[in-house]
Design a protein around this ligand. Structure first.
Ligand code: KG4
Ligand code: ZN
Length: 336
């Protein structure tokens, strides 16, 4: 069975071709709209929708070409139905609808967060729930327990900004370009993480909740009391301290959730799961506590088409595909 996975919820226009049985990613290209949004310091929904519209056909053609299949070989389509930005979601869903009608094949709407949590499964297909999941992206930060049958229980999420947003917004305050997450990871490598102590909100509270807006305020304050020259001269140590604070909050709450649920497997997904310090710290904790830890490949950590097809394949194998529909839902939590 050949699946086409389409992702267009935010600022990546992505399409992948996956074969199931045996599971294989045949292609997974994407167009990243970083250039379009960098000038605004964040994603502009209308600009994103237009860019998706301009690129989606070319990316799909590229995915089909790279997979060395013909369009008529595709058996089913999986596209992101939410959560995400309305305009960008509509572009992907309308494209999926057109293709599904032309080819007389089904199109299934997939939850973007379920996609992120299926990305690790592409590398470790023997992963089976129950397990604890940590989603850390530009729009979400949450700890969810997944049980067989795609049953999700929310253990805690962010009260305000997402972890990726904390990286991006703090980065912009420090003079970096959007999206700043991977740049901060690079600048911070090997630098002094104790250079400055940024706040860790809710860290010691007995719950799975996160809060990053206070950190953003602390970074703003830091840029007000220190000169541009001083910040520039110490950027490595400052970003290392900032990264330390964000990762400390993520790891502390994940450890809290592991203890609370007693789960022996942890799956991480979303753009921030590409972060080296998060991988290292969770890796150390899980290793010394005999917990299986699964991350997606670096490429599949951020938004891509393969993760959407992966979620559909997992559902197809379990006989739990959603009804065919091309309706979109900008607000679509995995679990309340
Ligand atoms: O999952 P994603 O591609 O899009 C959303 O669904 O939001 O995540 C994008 C987010 C951005 O905030 C970006 O700065 C962050 O992931 N990110 C990182 C790294 N790579 C991407 N954050 C920290 N370290 C990284 N290496
Ligand atoms: Zn995402």
């Amino acid at each position: 069975m050949i699946w086409l996975g389409i992702e267009s919820s935010c600022d990546e226009t992505a399409c992948a071709v996956l074969r199931d049985d045996p599971l294989e990613i045949l292609s997974n290209p994407l167009y990243s709209q970083i250039k379009e949004h960098a000038v605004y310091g964040g994603v502009v929904p209308e600009v994103a929708a237009r860019a998706h519209l301009e690129k989606i056909t070319a990316i799909t053609e590229e995915a089909i070409r790279e997979a060395k299949i013909s369009i008529s070989d595709i058996d089913a389509i999986a596209f992101t139905r939410g959560p995400g930005l309305m305009g960008p979601l509509l572009v992907g869903a309308s494209f999926a609808r057109g293709l599904s009608r032309d080819l007389s094949i089904p199109a299934y709407g997939i939850n973007h967060l379920e996609g992120h949590l299926s990305a690790a499964w592409l590398t470790e297909p023997d992963l089976e729930p129950p397990y604890l999941t940590l989603t850390v992206s530009g729009g979400h930060t949450e700890l969810v327990l997944e049980e067989p049958g795609f049953k999700y229980t929310l253990l805690g999420r962010t009260r305000d900004d997402a972890a990726g947003e904390a990286f991006d917004k703090s980065g912009i305050l420090l003079g970096l370009k959007y999206p700043a997450g991977s740049t901060i990871g690079r600048l911070a490598k090997g630098k002094n993480r104790k250079f400055y102590h940024f706040p860790r909100a809710l860290k010691n509270e007995d719950n799975g909740e996160f809060s990053f807006s206070g950190l953003k305020t602390a970074v703003r304050r830091y840029t007000e009391v220190n000169s541009k020259e001083y910040i520039q001269a110490n950027l490595g140590d400052i970003t290392a301290s900032l990264e330390d604070a964000i990762i400390d909050m993520l790891v502390s709450k994940t450890v809290w959730a592991l203890k609370k649920t007693g789960m022996k497997t942890l799956i991480v997904g979303g753009g921030v799961s590409a972060n080296g310090l998060l991988r290292e710290r969770l890796g150390n904790y899980c290793k010394s506590n005999c917990i299986r830890l699964a991350f997606p490949s670096l490429y599949n950590s951020t938004d891509n088409g393969a993760m959407i097809a992966a979620a559909a394949i997992r559902r197809a194998r379990a006989g739990l595909l959603p009804a065919c529909s091309t309706e979109v839902k900008p607000w679509l939590p995995l679990a309340e």
